[in-house]
Write a protein that binds this ligand. Structure first.
Ligand code: PMP
Length: 394
């Protein structure tokens, strides 16, 4: 019965990882992974998370189901973190989901149920999983020019131009901050322009935010998204706690829906619950309980924020080191974009041939798009990466 299946498509990130694992060279370096690493190459459990887990272990009395909405203390805490004072009139409702991916899926099905003919617009390039998630829900997926591949900056004119052409049947997906894979973010002025156009044009903004706190800081990283959400009657936000709480495998995320009224927001949340019920029923409890514990306790919140700051400072200083080394060796400012980029990733603007040479001759693994994970580097690796980039002919 099942032998009619088409061969599943290989995931380029996993294929690269397998190649890396099979590489016998000692000096190999994996810059293709999408997780934060510290200067020892580890992805440790944050101390605030450990402390919260210890409390949970002591206090937990049952393992019965959490309920279809997930942990409501978590939902409220995430909503407050993301929307701040914006939700004073109760127009938002939040649902705990299995990671940011769970939120994206529920939103895809919500959109497809309400508007099967809607078009979802993804940035070119975008997170590898965006297209499959929305296509699986049966939506039409189109891309918009986002990255200027020459300068590695956002082509903001193109983004704003697109927004001025979209209408009521369009969903405009934007990365809240620290764009994956490019590292190039919209300026606040561009977010403001989108906030002015959105109510006029009537498109639905969907903001995917997975790296807040790893760019310019927790509040600044959310600022642009809030400007846009504040300007419209309806918006969707998918939130991941995988990176900024380091909770990857605990599958912790949230879907926030902002609607024209409290009643509508609750209705949309219930529609997402109905889909969750048939897909996986209840979300996993542990990660959300950790986040709720941290955000509900002043001491743990400060500890978490300070750890997050250490992580973002590490990314910023590596960006400066790499940009300075490339400037010195190339005697050009070609790679200065590294300093302007935010978060864990940057697309280096290298040719396919160069990316391949860097892999085969130096054992340094970049994604086929030329994306590197800045956190995969240490100061010690920088001279070798610079040498490889120059030797490959860039
Ligand atoms: N959105 C973006 C932009 C991402 O990069 C990722 C992956 N970290 C996700 C969503 C999904 O995150 P999660 O692991 O929480 O499902």
């Amino acid at each position: 019965m099942l032998n009619t299946l088409a061969t599943p498509r290989a995931c380029p990130i996993l294929s690269l990882f397998n190649e890396y694992l099979a590489d016998a060279r000692h000096q190999k370096l994996n810059l293709g992974v999408g997780v934060y690493q510290d200067e020892t190459g580890l992805t440790p459990i944050m101390a605030a998370v450990k402390a919260a887990e210890a409390r949970l272990l002591g206090n937990q009395t049952t393992k019965v189901y959490e309920g279809i909405f997930g942990n409501e203390t978590f939902n409220q805490a995430i909503q407050t973190m993301m929307l701040g004072g914006l939700n004073a009139d109760g127009r938002a409702s939040t649902l705990q989901t299995p990671g940011g991916t769970g939120a994206l899926n529920l939103m895809a099905y919500l959109i497809a149920s309400a508007r099967p003919n809607a078009t979802i617009w993804l940035s070119d390039p975008s997170y590898v999983n965006h297209r499959p998630v929305f296509e699986m829900a049966g939506l039409t997926v189109k891309t918009y020019r986002y990255l200027d591949w020459e300068s590695q900056c956002v082509d903001e004119d193109a983004v704003i131009d697109l927004a001025s052409q979209l209408g009521a049947g369009d969903v405009f997906l934007l990365h809240g901050c620290a764009h994956n894979p490019s590292g190039a973010d919209l300026s606040l002025a561009a977010w403001q322009a989108l906030a002015e156009l959105a109510p006029e044009r009537g498109f639905l903004p969907l903001i995917d935010i997975a790296y807040h706190g790893l760019g310019d800081g927790l509040e600044p990283d959310i600022h642009g998204a809030r400007l846009l959400v504040d300007a419209v009657e309806e918006a969707l936000m998918s939130v991941s706690c995988s990176k900024n709480f380091g909770l990857y495998r605990e599958r912790t995320g949230a879907a926030i829906v902002i609607a024209e009224s409290e009643r509508q927001a609750k209705r949309y949340r219930e529609a997402m619950c109905e889909m969750a019920r048939s897909a996986y029923s209840m979300p996993p409890a542990h990660g959300a309980a950790i986040v709720a514990e941290i955000l509900g306790d002043g001491g743990l919140t400060s500890q978490w924020k300070s750890e997050l700051l250490t992580m973002s400072n590490r990314l910023i200083s590596l960006r400066h080191e790499l940009a300075a080394a490339l400037k010195e060796q190339t005697q050009t400012s070609r790679f200065d974009f590294l300093i302007r980029h935010k978060g864990m990733f940057s697309i280096m603007g290298l040719s396919e041939e160069a990316i391949n040479t860097i892999k085969t001759q130096y054992g340094i693994y970049l994604l086929p798009s030329g994306r590197i994970n800045i956190a995969g580097l240490t100061s010690h690796d920088i001279p070798r990466l610079v040498e490889a980039i120059i030797a490959s002919g860039g």
